[in-house]
Write a protein that binds this ligand. Structure first.
Ligand code: MD6
Ligand code: FE
Length: 166
């Protein structure tokens, strides 16, 4: 894989011989992920969902010619929660289409500081990173781009009422 990856929060996104999945621990160290930074929790509260915090933040580092193929983010339990991304460092060419892989796509530049939410109809849209414009920012030591994606991967907890009314 060309993109280097780690996570913050209760759940992280991992890949091993069993495939891709969310995990409460790092696959090599067996340790919990670092806590979600408060500034990201605040951003989620303001722009994504003020009723429930995110439980996962994927951190993707793009160096050199790293890119990410067209994909859907569909391993979360409840698609009513948006996925919120923050781009830092070099500008990326982000491609987004529809919920069908064959739908037409458009490309958008994501520059350092840009925040992008996939929500509502766009929550399951196919998207990816065609390329990163090397040297377009000096933010990241050694160059490159970091993308943070905040999500709620676990199901919405049952409410007291739902439990009482069963
Ligand atoms: C990236 N972003 O910007 C990859 N996913 O490097 C994503 O895959 C993404 O930007 C869900 C929502 C927003 C995103
Ligand atoms: Fe994605």
């Amino acid at each position: 894989m060309s993109v280097e990856m780690t996570s913050f929060g209760q759940l992280g996104w991992i890949t091993d011989e069993r495939g891709y999945r969310y995990s409460a621990v790092h696959p090599r160290t067996g340790r919990a992920w670092p806590p979600m930074p408060q500034s990201l929790l605040d951003l989620w509260m303001e722009l994504a969902d003020s009723s429930m915090p995110p439980d996962a933040c994927l951190v993707n580092l793009y160096r050199g010619d790293a890119r990410m193929g067209l994909h859907q983010d569909r391993d979360e339990a409840d698609f009513a929660f948006p996925v919120l991304s923050v781009s830092l460092g070099d500008t990326a060419i982000f491609r987004i289409g529809g919920v069908d892989r064959r739908s037409p796509t458009a490309s958008i530049r994501l520059a350092s500081g840009d925040v992008c939410a996939l929500s509502g109809e766009a929550r399951l849209a196919f998207h990816g990173i065609d390329r990163v414009l090397e040297g377009s920012s000096r933010l990241i030591p050694g160059g490159g781009r970091i993308n943070l994606t905040l999500r709620r991967a676990a199901p919405r907890p049952a409410t007291a009422c739902a439990a009482a009314c069963d």
